[in-house]
Design a protein around this ligand. Structure first.
Ligand code: AKG
Ligand code: FE2
Length: 351
C-alpha cells in the first residue's frame, strides 16, 4: 500500500490471526533486471497467484506510493458523497460495470446482502478512448490524479507482464500487446468501501469469494479484511482462509482468469474474498484502491503457451476478450459457474 502514515493512524492488524505467507517482490530489483527476482515473480504467479510488490527504493514506486496516499483521501470523499448524488452515477450491469455499486446489491455465501460499495472509473474514460461513462464532478476534479496513478500503475503492470512473458520464454510483449492502455477494454480504477462492523451480527463476509476476471490486479490496502483461499481447499472450509496482512510501501498483486487462459493453466488465479476486518480493525470503515487490468476488448483469448498445462476451456480459444468476459459474466449470473482457483502448481501452505 501506501506510505507508513495511514498505517500509523489505523487500529493495528492483530497478531493472533492466521496470515497467508506472500512472497515479497522488490520493484527496484525487477527494474534493475535482477534474474532471481524475475524467477520469484513466476514462482509466486504459479503457486498462489498473489504476491506483495515492494515499491520502496524505486523512483516510480515512490511516486506511486504518494499517489496511492492521495487517492485514499479522494476515494474516501467520493464514496461518502451524498446518496442522491451516488444514485445518479450507478453502474448498469451487465451493460456497464462503471460507476457506483450500492451496498447490499450482491449476495455473500449465506445469501445475505454484501457489505461494500465501490466506484469503478473506466480506463477508457480516463484515457478518453470512450466517453460513455458519466463522471461525478468530484471525480472530474481529480481526473489528472487518476490519470497519473493509472499511467504509473500501467507501467508497473507492464513490468510484471514483461517479466512473466520472458520467464515463460514468450516474446517480452506477449501479454502487454494484448492490453494496450490506449485501446478499449474493461480495465478500471476501483475504489472500495467495506463498512465497519460494530454489531456482532455484522461480523461476516463483506465481498463474496471470487477470482478476478482480468489479467493482473494491483491493490492497495491499509486495513485487513482480504483473505486468500489456501490452494486445494474449499471456500466453505473456514479454516482454509488466510488473512493478507497489508504492508506499508507494498501493493498486493494478484492474477486474474485471463492470465490462466492465455497460459493454458500455467499461471494461477486464486480465490479470495473480503471478510469483516480482523481484531479492532472491524470498528473502522475499510477503504481500498485497485487497478483491475483486463485485456483489450478485441484481444484474442487464444492460448500463448502450449503443452504445459490446461485451463480446461479449450473452446474459449476462439473468443475475443469481450466475448469471453460476457460468457463468464452470463454463466456466473445463471449460477452454473463454480468459483474456484484455476491454473498453476499450487504449493502447500502447511509448513
Ligand atoms: O478490497 C480488497 O482488498 C479486495 C477487492 C477485490 O477483491 C476486488 O475488487 O476484486
Ligand atoms: Fe478481487
Amino acid at each position: 500500500m501506501a506510505s507508513d502514515k495511514p498505517f500509523e493512524d489505523a487500529p493495528p492488524f492483530p497478531d493472533d490471526v492466521p496470515v497467508i505467507p506472500l512472497n515479497t517482490i522488490s520493484l527496484a530489483a525487477l527494474h534493475s533486471g535482477d534474474k532471481t527476482t524475475a524467477r520469484d515473480v513466476l514462482t509466486a504467479c504459479r503457486e498462489l497467484g498473489f504476491f506483495l510488490l515492494d515499491l520502496r527504493g524505486d523512483v516510480l514506486g515512490k511516486t506511486m506510493m504518494e499517489e496511492v496516499d492521495q487517492l485514499f483521501g479522494v476515494g474516501k470523499d467520493i464514496l461518502n458523497l451524498p446518496e442522491d448524488t451516488k444514485q445518479r452515477y450507478l453502474h448498469d450491469i451487465p451493460k456497464s460495470f462503471l460507476g457506483f455499486k450500492p451496498r447490499g446489491q450482491a449476495k455473500i455465501e449465506t445469501n445475505e446482502p454484501d457489505r461494500f460499495e465501490w466506484f469503478n472509473l473506466g480506463q477508457d474514460s480516463i484515457m478518453g478512448t470512450e466517453t460513455t461513462q458519466s463522471i461525478p464532478p468530484l471525480v472530474q476534479t481529480h481526473m489528472s490524479l487518476f490519470a497519473s496513478f493509472l499511467e504509473h500503475g500501467q507501467s508497473i503492470l507492464a513490468t510484471i507482464n514483461t517479466t512473466l512473458a520472458t520467464q515463460l520464454a514468450l516474446p517480452p510483449d506477449a501479454f502487454t500487446c494484448l492490453q494496450k492502455p490506449t485501446r478499449p477494454s474493461g480495465t478500471v480504477v476501483r475504489i472500495i468501501k467495506a463498512f465497519a462492523s460494530e454489531r456482532d451480527e455484522d461480523v461476516r463476509t463483506s465481498m463474496i469469494h471470487h477470482t478476478d476476471f482480468g489479467t493482473v490486479t494491483l491493490l492497495a490496502n491499509v486495513i485487513g479484511g482480504l483473505q486468500v483461499l489456501a490452494p486445494g481447499k474449499s471456500p466453505t472450509d473456514q479454516d482454509a482462509w488466510g488473512w493478507v496482512r497489508p504492508q506499508p510501501g507494498c501493493l498486493i498483486v494478484n492474477l486474474g482468469d485471463a492470465m490462466v487462459q492465455w497460459t493454458g493453466g500455467v499461471l494461477r488465479s486464486n480465490v479470495h474474498r473480503v471478510n469483516c476486518a480482523p481484531g479492532q480493525q472491524r470498528f473502522v470503515d475499510r477503504y481500498s484502491l485497485a487497478i483491475l487490468a483486463r485485456p483489450e476488448r478485441n484481444a484474442s483469448m487464444r492460448k500463448l503457451v502450449d503443452g504445459l498445462g490446461d485451463s480446461g476451456h479449450g473452446e474459449d480459444d476462439s473468443l475475443t476478450a469481450w466475448e469471453w468476459e460476457v460468457k463468464k459474466a452470463m454463466s456466473l449470473k445463471r449460477g452454473d459457474a463454480v468459483t474456484e482457483s484455476t491454473g498453476g502448481e499450487p504449493r502447500s501452505l502447511a509448513t
